[in-house]
Design a protein around this ligand. Structure first.
Ligand SMILES: [Mg+2]
Length: 126
């Protein structure tokens, strides 16, 4: 049987926007989260709310600083191993930091698309 991730985490700016949340991911039993280092904490949360996306995300970590901290929190809440998490982000520094934890970290150049998610899930299972 192919290995499956437990938690899938998205950066917000330039990664998730524009993004249509694929509810299919939830149906398949993945838990979703967002990790953003924006200092516009209130604004980012309002946007999640405005787009009606808040309900999709079990883990919401929005505050400045290294995303290692965001993932420490997500690990604590989810009790999932880092190696069972996938993370999408458009900045190399975040991919490097979070990747060092053992998370399957994927650099996204032009936003998260259905194809990006699909190939990430496939490469994770191998
Ligand atoms: Mg970003």
């Amino acid at each position: 049987m192919e290995k499956k991730a437990n938690v899938i985490v998205f950066d917000l700016d330039y990664t998730l926007w524009p993004f249509w949340v694929d509810t299919h991911l939830l149906e398949e039993g993945y838990e979703l989260g967002v990790a953003s280092r924006t200092s516009e904490i209130k604004g980012a949360k309002q946007l999640l709310d405005l787009f009606g996306w808040k309900k999709y995300f079990k883990y919401v970590e929005i505050f400045p600083g290294s995303k290692v901290t965001h993932f420490l929190n997500i690990q604590k809440s989810s009790q999932a191993d880092y190696k069972d998490m996938i993370f999408f982000d458009d900045e190399t520094r975040n991919i490097m930091d979070v990747g060092k934890l053992g998370v399957h970290a994927i650099l996204v150049r032009d936003g998260v698309t259905r194809q990006v998610i699909k190939s990430a899930l496939q490469s994770f299972g191998k």
